[in-house]
Design a protein around this ligand. Sequence first.
Ligand code: IPM
Ligand code: MG
Length: 369
Amino acid sequence: MTFNLHILPGDGIGPEVMAEVEKLVKWLNAKTDIKIKTVQGLVGGASIDAYGKPLTAETLDACKKSDAVLLGAVGGPKWDKVDYAIRPEAGLLGLRKELDLFANLRPALVFDALIDASTLKPEIVRGLDILIVRELTGGVYFGEPRGIEDLGNGKRRGVNTQVYTTDEILRVGRVAFELARKRRNKVTSCEKANVMESGKLWREEITKLHAAEYADVELEHMYADNCAMQLLRRPSQFDVIVTDNLFGDILSDEAAMLTGSLGMLPSASLGVKGSTALYEPVHGSAPDIAGQGKANPLATILSFAMCLRYSFDRGDLAGMIESAVQKILDGGTRTPDIMAPGCKETSTAGMGDALISELDKSVALKGVA
Ligand code: IPM
Ligand code: MG
């Protein structure tokens, strides 16, 4: 069986980190039984430069027809002044919306070897394993009305709308409860029910869903601001966190930093079962280091591993890649973002090469056994 993977490197460090995934795909095709065909397309600023818009109908169509999409990053100062509707970010938001990718899985996992890279004390972050499930196609990111109005007196008014329906809350809630059952069986649901009607609805619908279908899972409700605080105070209390689009955006950056570097964290954006899913690193396009070979490709590589697991049903290959990454980190090979005293600094390509030689070793070992 051949899988079609649509690759959208995007902007900034996107193309550099994606080149390392391409190496990995080539290796998998040569050394394992999986066959992956890749096609590259443009999204974000790269697409604006080529076609005048951040996501073309052709690219969207090609994504829909593929088995999965892997995206690097979008955005950069070059396109900061253009209208929201045609900014690089609109390309990513359009993809999420058009593919109906309502559940964004953002695991924050602390690798033992990277404990010192965290700004928190080792005893606070050791063994940390949190999964944020972020609602991705609703809320204030897409709510209408939105815009900037002219008030006529030289002043203006900016408007965005936070809006959620029962169905939007239930479908992402189900994903969170299902995943919790496979982990430590606890869901923390976050909103601001104390000040927002949409938050009150969120809490009520999650409570009902829990009672009706998931009473075996431990459920806790938490205000989003408290959750932000608790993530720093005692992150180990969390297993699965389910929250809306905007709170999820913020809390996932915070959770990511607990792990030491944004450069390590993958994500998966899933729709209904069997539909095309999108995989992307949590980090952005990092224009400040683009083109210098400093970017850490592991978040994108681990996103590709999630793709193998969720879209291609090859948890075995995903696990093989994840343990190779673990070994590289244990061995002290580091990109600048996770560099530590006594370790060996390497480039983006150096990290990709290290992965391939680690995988070669694991295959050779298996051959002997
Ligand atoms: C993310 C990013 C995006 C978001 C941007 C690039 C549109 O911050 O994926 O977390 O806000 O969702
Ligand atoms: Mg974000």
